[in-house]
Design a protein around this ligand. Structure first.
Ligand code: SF4
Ligand code: FES
Length: 246
């Protein structure tokens, strides 16, 4: 395949940034999208040019590090996958592909396609955990009966990998889908009930401090989420928040 790539280049946080054009020949349809960028970077390095910075780690859809906005969609044109799981067979010979970073005020660009998502870490530190007594008398979690439906919903919420596609997709740059998944995975389980009030209040407060927008129920986040995190979690977080406030 022959491709024209229009890629966002930005030297640093304070650089204005611009789209630059690259031509690629002989792209195999079997390559992953990130492998295609690896090949482009090898070509740039061999010409003495600066390679394009982009985030990745596991390349298996697990870690949430990859984060490209491809042709106007977070993680590209496929559904239910991350950028690292996207393959070139999804594109046509001769196509022009726009590649941009995840854009949101709370995700400042570090370089080229790499954004700073540490706002998510700070939200997690504010309450995305349970405090467990590890004195040796701790009850085995498997001894606590949990209704199957609750266990399934908690597990579904826990599959959020913190990639930030929901924020990048949302017209308000809202982090509600991410935060609600992290609240729900505990709210549904007895282990999470002890700190439930403190958790939801602190996490929502941190979310607001980081500069994420509010949710207006558009639902784009759910569509683009690679892990199928449901909007139902946002409704649950709103209920938890109201209960904690009252
Ligand atoms: S809710 Fe989905 S899109 Fe948002 S951070 Fe979690 S996995 Fe990524
Ligand atoms: S590199 Fe880990 S999810 Fe894509």
């Amino acid at each position: 395949m022959k491709l024209t790539l229009k890629i966002w280049r930005q030297k640093s946080k304070n650089d204005k940034g611009r789209i630059e054009t690259y031509q690629m020949d002989n792209v195999s349809e079997h390559m992953s999208f990130l492998e295609m960028l690896d090949v482009l970077n090898e070509q740039l390095v061999s010409k003495g040019e600066t390679p394009i910075a982009f985030d990745h780690d596991c390349r298996e859809g697990i870690c949430g590090m990859c984060s490209l906005y491809i042709n106007g969609e977070a993680h590209g044109p496929d559904r239910g996958i991350t950028t690292c799981q996207l393959h070139m067979r999804k594109f046509k010979d001769g196509e022009t592909i726009y590649i941009e970073p995840f854009r949101a005020k709370a995700f400042p660009i570090i370089k080229d396609l790499v954004v700073d998502r540490s706002a998510f870490d700070r939200i997690q530190h504010a309450g995305g955990f349970i405090s467990v007594n590890t004195s040796g008398n701790t009850q085995d979690a498997n001894n606590i009966p949990i209704p199957k439906n609750d266990a399934d919903k908690a597990f579904d919420a826990a599959t959020c990998i913190g990639c930030g596609a929901c924020v990048a997709t949302c017209k308000n740059a809202s982090a509600m889908l991410f935060v609600s998944a992290k609240v729900s995975q505990f709210a549904l389980l007895p282990q999470g009930k002890v700190e439930a009030k403190r958790r939801v209040l602190n996490m929502v407060e941190q979310m607001d401090k980081e500069g994420f927008g509010n949710c207006t129920n558009t639902g784009a986040c759910e569509v683009e989420c690679p892990k199928g995190i449901s909007l139902e979690n946002i409704a649950r977080m709103n209920r938890e928040f109201l209960k904690a406030k009252i």
